[in-house]
Design a protein around this ligand. Structure first.
Ligand code: ADP
Ligand code: MG
Length: 257
């Protein structure tokens, strides 16, 4: 098995603020991992490194490998970083769909990095691509909504369209940063079940940040908890007991960011 993600000694500062302090971690292909920790602990910053969208501090000895490819070393991008970026799908708290386009087109957009530029400019898609997009919508339970405008769907449904778009991208890792933070409990459950299903059925590696622990306990076997830019815990989620959780969240337990 190839490690999906391998991080050694990642350090990231913004000015004087040291936001990630010597993070090392390893995620195997096919794992579904919750990244937890209170607001400001560094989860989104770490996710941006995993998406290959930001670089570690210059002069640090940080190393990051994604899908067996070194993507950055000592704060410098590797030459393969763009190609690797295309193999990683992102799902954000705000669903980032094109509201006026159909659900199907939003999913098709996920495959644009795989089609020739002239075709993507014209918005031309082949029958095979449409079939593939419909299959992705089927997997997230939204096939019958394919021809609606994205804006007609509920927040939870839009989030599942964003997951289908990542499937269309043929993402081998899906990074979901607070995908349920703005959803009601029922929609949250459906989104988490969808992430769990694509992990289980398609073997896609999933890293999902959740600022509270309850959904992580329900859907993920492993948790990595950040506190103040350091790894506070990394292991089976069942090993996170009440005492650790109150140390992790302090008085912020259950509060919104
Ligand atoms: P989380 O996602 O866990 O809430 P973030 O990674 O967003 O945490 O932020 C961690 C810390 O880094 C916070 O103190 C935040 O203010 C700071 N930070 C994040 N991004 C930037 C940035 N672009 N410039 C300056 N500070 C930032
Ligand atoms: Mg965040």
């Amino acid at each position: 098995m190839m490690p999906a993600i391998q991080i050694t000694n990642l350090q990231k500062s913004f000015g004087e603020a040291r936001v990630l302090k010597s993070i090392s971690l390893h995620v195997e292909e096919g794992e579904m991992v919750a990244l937890i920790g209170s607001s400001g602990s560094g989860k989104s910053t770490l996710m941006r490194h995993l998406s290959c969208l930001t670089l570690a501090d210059k002069g640090s000895d940080s190393e990051i490998e994604v899908l067996g490819t070194p993507v950055q070393s000592k704060g410098k991008a590797s030459k393969d970083i763009r190609r690797t970026r295309a193999r990683v799908g992102n799902v954000f708290q705000q669903f980032n769909l094109v509201n006026r386009l159909s659900v199907l087109t939003n999913v098709l957009i996920g495959g644009l990095s795989r089609v020739p530029v002239w075709r993507s400019m014209l918005g031309w898609f082949t029958r095979e691509e449409k079939q593939e997009a419909l299959k992705a919508l089927e997997l997230v339970g939204l096939r019958e909504h394919a021809l609606k405008r994205a804006s007609e769907l509920s927040g939870g449904q839009q989030q599942r369209v964003a997951i289908a778009r990542a499937l269309m991208q043929k993402a081998e890792i899906i990074l979901a940063d607070e995908p349920i933070a703005s959803l009601d409990p029922e929609s949250s459950r459906l989104v988490m079940e969808t992430l769990e299903r694509i992990n289980r059925e398609l073997g896609i590696t999933v890293v999902v940040t959740l600022h509270q622990v309850d959904y992580a306990q329900k859907y993920c076997r492993r948790a990595i908890a950040l506190q103040g830019g350091e790894i506070f815990f990394d292991g089976p989620i069942t090993a996170l007991d009440g005492q650790m959780l109150s140390r992790l969240y302090g008085t912020q337990m259950g509060s919104e960011p």
